[in-house]
Write a protein that binds this ligand. Sequence first.
Ligand code: AOS
Ligand code: ZN
Ligand code: ZN
Length: 388
Amino acid sequence: MPAFDSIASQLENQAIELPSWAFGNSGTRFKVFSTPGTPRTIQEKISDAAQVNEFTGLAPKVALHIPWDKVDDYAALRRFAGDLGLALGTVNSNTFQDDAYKFGSLTHTDAAVRQKAIDHHFECIEIMHQTGSTDLKIWLADGTNYPGQGDIRGRQDRLAESLTTIYARLGDDHRLVLEYKFFEPAFYHTDVPDWGTSYAQVTALGEKASVCLDTGHHAPGTNIEFIVAQLLRLGKLGSFDFNSRFYADDDLIVGAADPFQLFRILYEVVRGGGYGPDSTVAFMLDQCHNVEDKIPGQIRSVLNVQEMTARALLVDAPALLAAQNAGDVLGANGILMDAFYTDVRPHLAAWRESRGLAGDPMAAYAASGYQARIATERVGGHQAGWGA
Ligand code: AOS
Ligand code: ZN
Ligand code: ZN
C-alpha cells in the first residue's frame, strides 16, 4: 500500500461545498428544534460556513438556495463571502413550496405554471451571473401519488421542453446539474427518479448539463459506487450531494451511517478521474442538523469526506489491477480492504498542523468560543427553509 506521505499532496485538491441550509434549524414533520445561535440571515449562515473552512481548510464554497437566501444585492453578498475567504457556489432552485406547484412545476400540464417555474430558473441564472456561481442545481418535487393521476410520458416530454428552455439561458461558464430522487414528496412516481432518467434528460440538453448524485436518494441496497463509476465513464457526473441515510432521505452527516460505502464511492471517484485538479465534479454536502450543533456537524462532515478520500487514495491501484486480472478474488478484495481499514486520522492531524491548521478541528472549534458567542448574540434564528 502507498505510504500516506505519497498521497498527502493530493489532499490539497479537496474542496467541499457547504449548503447554506445546513446552518438553519430543520427537523422532521414532527418538530423543528431550535438551536441557540442559529443564523437569522444568509450573511450569518456564510459566517458560520467560514468557521468550518477556517478550522478544516476544506470548505471554500457555500451553496445558496433561492428564494431562501434571497438578497437585494448579490454582488455585495459575494464580496461579503470573499472577505471571509469563501466563494458562493451552486445555486439551488426551488419549485416545491408554492401552491402553484401542487401538481408539478417544470412538468405541469398548465403552460402558465411551467413558465412560472422556468422564470424562477431564469432568476437563478441571473443571480449566478452576480454571485460568480457556475452551477445551477435543479431538484424537482414533481411527481404523482396515485396510478393514473398523471400522464407519465407526457410529463417527461414537458420536462424535456422546460429544461431545454432553461438550458438555453445558461451563461457560457454555467452548468446545469439535474438531481434525481426515487421518491418523496411524491409517493407513486417521481419525474426524475433515477440516474438513468437524469442522464437521458441532461444528455438531450448538451455538454453543459450533467447529473447530480445525492447519496441519500436511492432505494436501500443500491450499489451507489456503480452509478458513480458509470456516470464518470459517461462524462456526466456533475456533482454530489453528500449525506447519510439509514432509511430514506435522512440528510444525516455524511459517513455517519456507512463509512465503508463512502469509501467505496470515493474509490470510484478517484478511479474514474473525478478527483484532482482536472476534475469537474462538484462535491457538495446536502445535510440537515436536527439535534446536533450545526457548525461542528459540518466540520465532522467534511472531515469524514477527507478521511475516506485519503483512504481511497491509499488503494494500491497497480496491485489491485494485477490481482483482478489474475482472477485473485480474495487478494483483490484484501487490497481494497487494507486501504479501508487504515486509520488515517493521526496522519491527517499531522498534515493539518504542517499547514497551520489545528490537528483536531472539532476540539479547536469547541475551544474557540464561537458557539457561545453566537448563542448570546443571535436571537430568533430561522428554520432552514424560511431563513431571511
Ligand atoms: C431534496 O430531497 C434534495 O436533496 C435537494 O437537494 C434539496 O434541494 C435540498 O435537500 C434542500 O432542500
Ligand atoms: Zn440533495
Ligand atoms: Zn434529498
